[in-house]
Design a protein around this ligand. Structure first.
Ligand SMILES: CC(C)(COP(=O)(O)OP(=O)(O)OC[C@H]1O[C@@H](n2cnc3c(N)ncnc32)[C@H](O)[C@@H]1OP(=O)(O)O)[C@@H](O)C(=O)NCCC(=O)NCCS
Length: 162
């Protein structure tokens, strides 16, 4: 799906595929330390990425691709089911996660492309895709760091628009 950013750059939203490995590694390597420390589903080296997608029915990747250069400019992950640590975290709030209907979400956008609407549009693209699956609830992968104001605002906006 083609979309336009708020500063009129065009990107294509789609599922990650096996041909994306080099492009994805390039994306991960070029994230700033600030962005890397916020994004925790896997390490940033080749083997970690390969291992992570070993089981394709558990982890789905989504990307935004720059239409002009084919570079990946945003990358988000859905994990079907939940992490043990998140199960316990939600239990402490009185919510019991259910692997049949729950999934986890972890978003990232390349530094130069942040705050221009891609994260929001990619989330809604993912949401539409998830409607074709058994997933009914989305939880944040490991929660969100209390000082990550941008992400907290991002999630608040998503909740308001769902
Ligand atoms: C958090 C992140 C995924 C948001 O994606 P994005 O493309 O930058 O966000 P969008 O441009 O779609 O903006 C959506 C909302 O986020 C909030 N937001 C975006 N940039 C912001 C900024 N610089 N400061 C404060 N809030 C901001 C706003 O509420 C915005 O809505 P608005 O445009 O109506 O004001 C992205 O900034 C990112 O990758 N950050 C680093 C990694 C990270 O923190 N991941 C989440 C871990 S929990």
């Amino acid at each position: 799906m083609k979309i336009e950013t708020t500063d009129n750059r065009q990107v294509y939203l789609r599922r990650l595929n096996s041909y994306d490995l080099d492009n994805l590694l390039h994306y991960l390597e070029n994230l700033s330390m600030e962005t890397k420390k916020r994004f925790g589903p896997h390490q940033f080296d080749k083997q970690s990425v390969i291992d992570f997608y070993d089981c394709l029915d558990i982890h789905w990747g989504y990307v935004a691709e720059n239409i002009d250069t084919n570079e990946i400019v945003a990358y988000s992950i859905i994990k079907f089911g939940y992490l043990e640590s998140d199960y316990n975290r939600f239990l402490s709030y009185g919510i019991k996660l259910d692997s049949k209907i729950d999934c986890e979400f972890a978003p990232s956008v390349a530094d130069f492309w942040q705050s221009c609407g891609i994260g929001n549009k990619l989330f809604h693209f993912i949401l539409a895709d998830l409607k074709k699956t058994a997933a009914k609830r989305i939880v944040l992968w490991g929660g969100v760091q209390a000082d990550n104001e941008r992400a907290i605002n991002y999630y608040k906006k998503i909740i308001l628009n769902c």
